[in-house]
Design a binder for this molecule. Structure first.
Ligand code: ATP
Length: 265
């Protein structure tokens, strides 16, 4: 490599720790004949500043993987890291602090507090953590999400799309290490879905945010840089730059084949 600037950048990227990672993650429910192997030694790294979608048939382990990555559930064995912090062995209190400080969430059910205004909902995690709100950053996020004239409204006075945008703003305003979305567009019409996905896309492109979502929708997954497919608790495909049709075809293929057959394809 003759260009020293490029060589330096490549070396820096090679050293940068992933925003989150799982190593040999196993999650087993139950015992004996009723054992469910939700995750079978899943290892995956999520690079900073990338948008990843996790897909797979129902019951393939998507939510379990996301919940373990986000510190909402503990694995049977294996390791999870958020930045350079290993989650194994953290106390409940440390885990709560880690989720509060490093992780943003956008879930299907939004989880907004009905009695608080949009503004209060957006700053709630920072207020609970006793952290100062960066007013300029808040203004940027609110402006970009088109919420400037809705900040005084309560969730019941907002449309479904606006509620979801408030949930996105709440996840973005603390500049977390990583944002996890569990079916973030699951309850939305196609216009509001596209809005939320383009907000997440923009947060990656313009703010360098790291985003990982679980989705059933190939169109939603096509907003991501990378799509990871799970089947029967294992990663069976991991690709970048897929279009909606490619994702749709692969999902059809996954639904039609057992994981053991996929490995031989
Ligand atoms: N608390 C639990 N107790 C027992 N089995 C569980 C529990 N939670 C999940 N499972 C099982 O673990 C497997 C993976 O579940 P998971 O919810 O991660 O799948 P998923 O891919 O997110 O599914 P879906 O797309 O339907 O939400 C399934 O077989 C599920 O039934």
């Amino acid at each position: 490599m003759s260009n020293p600037a490029i060589a330096e950048q490549v070396a820096a990227e090679a050293k940068a720790p992933p925003a989150a990672a799982a190593y040999k993650l196993v999650k087993t429910y139950g015992k004996g004949e009723t054992t469910v192997h939700a995750l079978r030694e899943v290892s995956v790294e999520f690079a900073a500043g990338e948008f990843t979608a996790i897909m797979g048939p129902s019951g393939s382990g998507k939510s379990t993987l996301m919940h373990c990555l986000a510190g909402l559930d503990t694995a049977t064995s294996g390791n999870v890291q958020i930045g350079d912090i290993a989650l194994t062995g953290l106390s409940d209190k440390q885990m709560t602090k880690l989720r509060r400080d490093l992780v943003g969430f956008v879930f299907q059910s939004f989880n907004l507090v009905p009695t608080l205004t949009a503004r209060e909902n957006i700053t709630l995690p920072l207020d609970i953590a006793g952290k100062k709100v960066d007013k300029d950053w808040m203004a940027t996020v609110v402006e970009r999400l088109g919420l400037a004239d809705r900040l005084g409204h309560r969730p019941s006075e907002l449309s479904g799309g606006q509620v979801q945008r408030v949930a996105c703003a709440r996840a973005l305003v603390g500049r977390p290490q990583i944002i996890f979305g569990d079916e973030p567009t699951g309850n939305l019409d196609s216009r509001s879905s596209a809005e939320v996905l383009s907000i997440l896309r923009t947060s990656v492109d313009d703010f360098g945010q790291t985003v990982v979502i679980v989705t059933h929708d190939p169109r939603a997954a096509s907003y991501a840089d990378r799509v990871i497919f799970l089947a029967d608790g294992q990663i069976v495909n991991d690709q970048r730059g897929l279009a909606t049709d490619d994702i749709y075809e692969y999902m059809k293929h996954l639904d039609e084949h057992a994981p053991s057959q996929l490995a031989q394809d």
